[in-house]
Write a new protein. Structure first.
Length: 458
C-alpha cells in the first residue's frame, strides 16, 4: 500500500524544516526586496548565468520555496531534480552538522574516511545488476561523465564515444562535445573534444510511425552508423540518458535501450547510463534503466544523490573501475566528507520514507491532470515521462511544430501565481515537472490547477 504525503504526514515523517506547506503570494514576482538584491546580482555576478525565477530565496522545504518578500512558491523543479528528498531534509541536516563538527576535508586520496566508503557501498548496492560493482566519487554530473569516459577508454583501449541527439551530459569541454544542443551550452566555446559521435535518438513524438517501429528502425540506423562510420571495434562507450532530461524528457520506446545494451555487449563496448537526472527515485524506480531491466556497465549519478550537496559518482563493473592505473582517477574535493554525510542522509531518507514509491504516486496525480489538459488544449502535443519526471511538449495546434512562445507564457503565468516550473527541450518547447518527492499532495494538485489555468489563458 502506498502512503501519500500530506502536510501532516510531512511533519510527522520528519522530512524537512517546519515551513507552512502553502502557496502564498504577497507581492508581484519579483517583490521589492528581491528586486533590490537582483540589482546587486547584476552588478556582481557574471551576466552569463540564467535565472528561471527572479526571486531571492530565504528558506525552502517540503514542497515550497519562500522568498525574502514572504512569497511561498510551490516548487515543481526541486533545483533541477536535486532535492528529491526536499530541502534541508532532517537526516541530511543531522549528518551534515555532525560531519562539519568532526572534520571538513582531508582529501580522500590523502587520508581516507568512512563516509566516502559507505556512499560507494550504498551505490554498489542500489544500482541495478548483481555483478560485482565499485564506485568513485566526484563533484559534479559533468565530472562523473568525464570519468566514465576515462574508465571506458582505459578498459577498452579504444577512443570513440557514441552519444545521442537531444542528449545532455554537462558543460565541461568533453561533456560539451557530448551535449547535443548548441544554444546556450556550446555556442562560441569550441573547439570541442574529438572522437565523439552523435547518433539519432528514438523520439516517438517526432517519428512517423508507431513507437515500436521507432525503436526498431532507430536502433537499426544507430547500429548501422556505428558499424559503417566509426567501426564498432573503435568504440569505447555508448553513453545515453535512460530518459533524456534537458532534451525534453524524451522517453525512448520499449526495446531501444535493451537493444543498444545488447549491441554494446556483443561488440565489447562499455554501456554507460547517464542517470544524473533520472537517478535516486525520480522516475519511480531507484534508477531509470530498471524500467527495462537493463544492466548498465557504468552508471553516472549526481543531482539527487546528496540532498543538494555537490557530489557525483561513477558506479559499475569492478573490473572496469579497477582497470585504471593506480592514482589515475581522483580530485581534490571529490567525495568531500560533508557531501558524503549528506548523501548517506539523503539515501536513508529515500529508502526509509519509501520515496521511490512516492514518485509513482506523484506521477499518477500528474499524469491524470496533464492528460485532462492535453484533451482541452490543442497546444499540448504530448505528455510524457515516468514517475515524478513528467513533461508537456508544446506545439502549434494541428502540427508538430515547436511552440516555445506558448511555453514561455505558461511558465510566466505560473510564476506570477506562485508556481515554479522549468523549461527544457532542444526546441525550447517543453515544460518539465520535477517536484521534490516529499511535496504534499494538496500542493501538487494546486500547482497542476495553476498550470491548467495558465493554458486556459493562452
Ligand atoms: C545535469 C546533468 C549533467 C551535468 O551535471 P552537472 O552536475 O551540472 O555537471 C549530466 N548529465 C545529465 C543527464 C544531467 O541531467
Amino acid at each position: 500500500m502506498s502512503k501519500t504525503i500530506t502536510s501532516d504526514t510531512l511533519s510527522s515523517m520528519n522530512i524537512g524544516p517546519n515551513i507552512p506547506q502553502e502557496r502564498r503570494i504577497l507581492t508581484a514576482i519579483p517583490g521589492p526586496k528581491s528586486q533590490e538584491i537582483i540589482k546587486r546580482r547584476s552588478e556582481a555576478v557574471s551576466a552569463s548565468l540564467g535565472m528561471a525565477i527572479p526571486i531571492v530565496v530565504e528558506k525552502a522545504g517540503g514542497g515550497v520555496i519562500v522568498d525574502i518578500d514572504g512569497n511561498s512558491i510551490i516548487d515543481m523543479g526541486a533545483g533541477i531534480a536535486v532535492v528529491n528528498v526536499g530541502n534541508s531534509a532532517d537526516r541530511v541536516v543531522e549528518n551534515v552538522i555532525k560531519q562539519v563538527q568532526a572534520f571538513t576535508h582531508t582529501c580522500f586520496m590523502v587520508a581516507p574516511y568512512l563516509g566516502y566508503i559507505e556512499v560507494c557501498e550504498a551505490l554498489n548496492r542500489l544500482t541495478p545488476g548483481t555483478h560485482k560493482k565499485k564506485s568513485v566519487l566526484l563533484n559534479s554530473g559533468a565530472e562523473a561523465v568525464e570519468n566514465a569516459i576515462k574508465i571506458a577508454r582505459a578498459y577498452t583501449k579504444r577512443p570513440a564515444v557514441v552519444v545521442f541527439e537531444h542528449g545532455y551530459h554537462g558543460r565541461t569541454n568533453l561533456t560539451m562535445a557530448m551535449t547535443a544542443k548548441n544554444m546556450p551550452y556550446k555556442e562560441g566555446f569550441g573547439p570541442f573534444a574529438s572522437e565523439i559521435y552523435r547518433m539519432p535518438m528514438a523520439y516517438p513524438f517526432r517519428f512517423t510511425g508507431d513507437a515500436q517501429k521507432c525503436a526498431v528502425e532507430t536502433l537499426e540506423t544507430v547500429t548501422h552508423k556505428i558499424e559503417k562510420e566509426i567501426g564498432a571495434r573503435n568504440v569505447a562507450a555508448i553513453v545515453i540518458e535512460p530518459i533524456q532530461g534537458e532534451g525534453g524528457f524524451i522517453v525512448p520506446p520499449k526495446g531501444f535501450l535493451p537493444g543498444l545494451a545488447k549491441f554494446a555487449k556483443d561488440n565489447g563496448i562499455v554501456f554507460v547510463a547517464d542517470e544524473v537526472q533520472t537517478g535516486f527515485g525520480r522516475t519511480g524506480k531507484m534508477f531509470a534503466i530498471e524500467h527495462e531491466n537493463v544492466d548498465a556497465d557504468l552508471i553516472t549519478t549526481a543531482k539527487g544523490i546528496a540532498g543538494g550537496f555537490p557530489l557525483a559518482a561513477v558506479t559499475g563493473r569492478a573490473e572496469m573501475l579497477d582497470s585504471v592505473h593506480a592514482s589515475g582517477l581522483g580530485g581534490t574535493f571529490g567525495g568531500n566528507p560533508v557531501a558524503c554525510a549528506a548523501a548517506l542522509g539523503a539515501i536513508a531518507t529515500i529508502e526509509e520514507e519509501d520515496l521511490v514509491n512516492q514518485a509513482n504516486v506523484i506521477g499518477e496525480i500528474m499524469v491524470t491532470a496533464l492528460a485532462d489538459m492535453a484533451k482541452k488544449y490543442s497546444v499540448i502535443g504530448e505528455i510524457r515521462g515516468a514517475g515524478a519526471m513528467q513533461a508537456i511538449e508544446l506545439i502549434k495546434p494541428g502540427t508538430i511544430e515547436p511552440n516555445s512562445e506558448a511555453m514561455s507564457e505558461v511558465i510566466k503565468y505560473c510564476q506570477q501565481k506562485g508556481v515554479l516550473i522549468l523549461s527544457a527541450g532542444t526546441y525550447s518547447n517543453v515544460i518539465r515537472l520535477l517536484p521534490p518527492l516529499v511535496i504534499p499532495v494538496h500542493l501538487l494538485k494546486e500547482a497542476l490547477e495553476i498550470i491548467d489555468e495558465a493554458f486556459a489563458t493562452l
